[in-house]
Design a protein around this ligand. Sequence first.
Ligand code: DGY
Length: 327
Amino acid sequence: MVESRPRVWVSQPLFDDVVARLGEYFEVVSTRDVTEYSPAQIAEALSRADGALVTLNERIGSDQIAGAPRLRAIANVGVGYNNLDIPALARAGIVATNTPEVLTETTADFGFALMMAAARRITEAERWLREGQWRQWSFQAMLGADLHGSTLGILGMGRIGQGIARRASGFDMKVLYHNRSRLPEAVEQETRASYVGFDELLAQADHLVLVLPYSKDNHHVIDARALAKMKSTATLVNIARGGIVDEDALADALASGRLGAAGLDVFEGEPAINPRLLALANVVLTPHIASGSLATRRAMVALAVDNLIAAMGQGPDAGRPPNPVSA
Ligand code: DGY
């Protein structure tokens, strides 16, 4: 009798040649098209799976795993894993993994780019030019805020935050950060970053970049109160998760001149965008692409594949996935 192989579900198209390695160990069920699943469709796919490779689009909690008795491992292709209910998975004995490190530098590059684009009004100026509004060179057109010599604030000083801090030294910026816990002195020296309290970070930053992981404790941590503490000329950049910022409060601040500009790569209801943000000129909006270089996205998938193979007890690291996550 031929023994059937464990079955894994790959929820989205993710570089066929990278994902192909799963075929050495498992029966692979995948899709050719980018797919928007309902919660019930996710439950249905998981009910027949022993393992899954998923993206931040797939929200998986107790309802999705209730009918999945065989499911042993879920490998998330992303460093953030707020799409997974980790306590519910742990209670069911399902191992979850993520993809840290491989995306650090690419994401830090993009955070910096978004900050520059927002502060120097790059997309706004381009739209204006394409609309044929540029009639004559003008000394006072599209004036923005400098990065060089300014104060950069970083909220969330993990690997990506540290990457942004290192880039800032090339722009001669003063770097302040706030984090759940203060970093070791050696890291502060290497990144040339100084720890400050949350309110001081808000008050001092000319440009504030959000890089903290999302949890219900920091939901809307940037709200009207926080925005009111920022400089009216400041730039706010969010490359973390949309739920960290109260988007209505941000739209109020940007529209009223209480805040200079914003660069947002993530949104609370993405891919739906708050229409008030869409209507504003002083915000740069990008579709959650901070880790989106070709090389990095391929490396993320390769790492997620390693994690899934190991978490399912196969391959050279059987039983020891490189990146397990806990609550
Ligand atoms: C992540 O890895 O969490 C990004 O947001 C998606 O690439």
